[in-house]
Write a protein that binds this ligand. Structure first.
Ligand code: UFG
Length: 328
């Protein structure tokens, strides 16, 4: 059955891929995005874009006038761990404050389903892998803390107003739309895979490996890279699951890859060498983050379609070749 969804941050990297999946499945989509980090070109034809901030009353009024909505999917946020360690207040003010304004407007408009983009940063640097939904929460940065606060606010909205919500703790989003319509284009770019691809293609300086003395087999950090379109389908699975009650789900593939393994995969996929510099650790990087997504798989049947790093990187590479300057 076709639904109608309000998506904040729908011009951003993960949000735009989720909008694409919603449209592909025949749903109607209204996007709120201020285009401060997102791209107008990333909002596919068929979606309505309302330009503005997701905590701005006039923007919210315009958006909810286009309802009624079956659910709100809230992607808009500041989302860089390192940036949040230097400039914490926009993270608290906007990720929490604007989220509350959105939530109040959604509840006033009668919306009772809500999906939050949350993060693996909630878990800090746990000793035991993989990370399950029962791993203790210990946010490692103002970014993670802002998502933790908003998860708690959603829990109260459930208790008081009967909101059904899912908080989805993304591990490392990677890759690009397999149909080639969308990709990853951040400014500044800080993420490993796009930087490694650009270094291989000679479009950026050599890649700096942040730390080679971690307690991992090759000394570099291990992460769980999940394809952005698999994150998108997980949102739809979660929306069905919350009919049975609010949920938190960890989203990864369950496989961890070191920075050196990612570089080797980029070299296989591109057929080019990635020039590297071995540098110091980056503040706040936990040595290993690998997800268990057993809960969402058991409860909804969701499975990641992209299970190998090479497949994920191949989609990112294809988009980068077709869009060497991103959306510009
Ligand atoms: N890295 C490098 N060199 C670079 C960039 C990254 O060595 O130039 C390393 C990082 O130190 C890290 C790994 O590559 O070990 C991945 O780094 P990313 O910056 O690509 O991603 P993060 O793991 O830092 O963060 C991402 C999201 C966050 C989210 C987190 C959850 O950006 O929003 O995953 O795991 F919180």
């Amino acid at each position: 059955m076709s639904g109608r969804f309000l998506v904040t941050g729908g011009a951003g990297y993960v949000g735009s891929h989720c909008v694409a999946t919603l449209l592909d499945r025949g749903h109607q989509v209204v996007v709120i995005d201020d285009l401060s980090r997102g791209h107008r070109e990333a909002v596919l034809e068929g979606a309505v874009l309302i330009e503005g901030r997701c905590g701005d009353p006039a923007t919210l009024a315009r958006a909810f006038a286009l309802g009624p909505f079956d659910a709100v999917l809230h992607f808009a946020a500041h989302s860089l761990v390192g940036e949040s360690m230097a400039e914490p207040f926009p993270y608290f003010r906007d990720n929490v404050g604007e989220g509350i304004a959105l939530l109040e407007a959604a509840l006033a408009a009668g919306v009772r389903r809500f999906v939050l983009s949350s993060t693996a940063n909630l878990f800090g640097a746990p000793a035991e892998m993989p990370i399950t939904e029962d791993t203790p929460l210990a946010p490692a940065s103002p970014y993670g803390e802002s998502k933790f606060f908003f998860e708690r606010i959603l829990a109260w909205a459930d208790r008081i107003f009967g909101l059904r919500y899912a908080t989805l703790r993304y591990f490392n989003a990677a890759g690009a739309d397999p149909a080639g319509r969308l990709g990853e284009d951040h400014d500044p770019e800080t993420h490993l895979i796009p930087l490694a691809l650009d270094a291989a293609l000679g479009r950026r300086p050599p890649l700096t490996i942040f730390g080679t003395d971690y307690p991992t087999p090759d000394g570099t950090c291990i992460r769980d890279y999940i394809h952005v379109s698999d994150l998108a389908t997980a949102h739809l699975a979660a929306l069905e699951a919350i009919a049975r009650g609010s949920r938190a789900y960890n989203l990864g593939t369950g496989h961890g890859y070191s920075v050196r393994e990612v570089i080797a995969a980029v070299e296989r996929v591109t057929g080019r060498r990635v020039p590297v510099i071995e540098g110091a650790r980056r503040a706040g990087d936990p040595p290993v983050l690998v997800a268990s997504s057993a809960r969402i798989q058991a409860e909804t049947g969701w499975q990641p379609r992209f299970t190998t790093l090479d497949e994920i990187i191949a989609t990112a590479h294809a988009w980068r070749l077709a869009h060497p300057d991103g959306y510009r």
